[in-house]
Design a protein around this ligand. Structure first.
Ligand SMILES: Nc1ncnc2c1ncn2[C@@H]1O[C@H](COP(=O)(O)OP(=O)(O)OP(=O)(O)O)[C@@H](O)[C@H]1O
Ligand SMILES: [Mg+2]
Length: 258
């Protein structure tokens, strides 16, 4: 099935709107051999337009993380192609992939992966510092204010709650204004209020900054913040919901046995 995510009707704020933020073409990946062989991805083709927020949902084991990791250059497929913008990932050297991930991709995982010896602000600005870029202090202030981190910036991770640590991880990913922000259950460890704040900020960043976001989640409420929800089952994309409510998303998932 070929899916073009986010063909929603509102105008894109991105200058590169005509070019997809990311795409996969006939992506296949298997794990194991013989009886234990698992087809994690079966010829998945999908296009993610710029400046849109897409959620990927489906039952456990349906291939969501595998797809996201291949799109983000963290893993390689057995066959098929992945593009970030106009760059094809297949054939890039390890160094080129590392640079692409550093300069053009943002990540937010369920585990926060903060550096314990650095303050919140140092953690947030670290990728920018490593890339040799200049921190946009206005954007830093805005991101931190929206995420409720303004009075926590001098704290180290162990002095922050789990929710605050995840908000630092989201701020770190947004600060570099990546071409694509990937999230795997980014609000999975947050209470519903902190989660809603994070999701609102993510949605705002697509509207106001042209940020492209691809998020894997099990939570229909989290997915309802997205412009589109892609449904996966058994290594395949099996459907798409645009601008949906949590109820509609829950029903679609129930239909997949999730
Ligand atoms: N490293 C691996 N070795 C063997 N099998 C794997 C490996 N990684 C994933 N798989 C298998 O590939 C399939 C897809 O896994 P994947 O992690 O993409 O699922 P998922 O949709 O993200 O699931 P969940 O919702 O539980 O996170 C599953 O059957 C899984 O067991
Ligand atoms: Mg997963």
């Amino acid at each position: 099935m070929r899916i073009s995510a986010n063909t929603a009707d509102h105008p894109s704020t991105s200058s590169a709107a005509s070019q997809p933020a990311a795409s996969a073409d006939s992506l296949s990946k298997t794990y194991g051999r013989g009886d234990t062989r698992v087809h994690a991805l079966k010829e998945v083709s999908v296009t993610f337009e710029c400046a849109r927020f897409t959620a990927i949902m489906g039952p456990s084991g349906s291939g969501k993380s595998t797809l996201m990791h291949c799109l983000a250059g963290l893993d390689t497929a057995d066959s098929g192609r992945v593009r970030i913008g106009d760059t094809e990932l297949t054939g890039l050297s390890d160094n080129e992939l590392t640079r692409l991930r550093r300069d053009r991709i943002g990540f937010v995982f369920q585990a926060y992966n903060l550096i314990p010896t650095l303050t919140a602000e140092q953690n947030i600005t670290l990728p920018m510092a490593l890339a040799g870029g200049t921190v946009d202090s206005q954007w830093l202030t805005e991101v931190c204010a929206t995420l409720g981190l303004a009075d926590r910036l001098t704290h180290r991770p162990h002095e922050l709650s789990g929710g605050q640590q995840q908000r630092v991880a989201v701020a770190r990913a947004l600060l570099t204004r990546p071409d694509v922000l990937f999230g795997d259950e980014p609000t999975g460890n947050l209470d519903s209020r902190s989660g809603a704040e994070v999701l609102s900020l993510l949605r705002r960043s697509t509207r106001e900054m042209g940020q492209s976001i691809i998020m894997v989640t099990h939570d229909p409420v989290a997915a309802s913040y997205a412009d589109s929800v892609l449904l996966m089952n058994d290594g395949e994309l099996v459907g798409q919901l645009d601008r949906s409510t949590p109820d509609v998303i829950s029903q679609a998932l129930a239909g997949l046995g999730a």
